[in-house]
Design a protein. Sequence first.
Length: 77
Amino acid sequence: MATARKKLISLTDTKYYHCISRCVRRAYLCVEDSATGKCYEHRRQWIEDKLLELAKVFCIDVCAYAIMSNYFHVVLS
């Protein structure tokens, strides 16, 4: 059963949240495709730009982030 977001997130109890997102089916975000030889490193900058843009829209502070080849970590407050 779904839980309301206001019950899941308590900024008074926990000021920082570590969020992780991983690609499905062992796909990669930012490496060279072994089948086609095409490089997808440009996606790293796209993800960074989108993350920072959405943080401004939703008034969330991004404390730290790391964009890896098939997942990324974000520390939010």
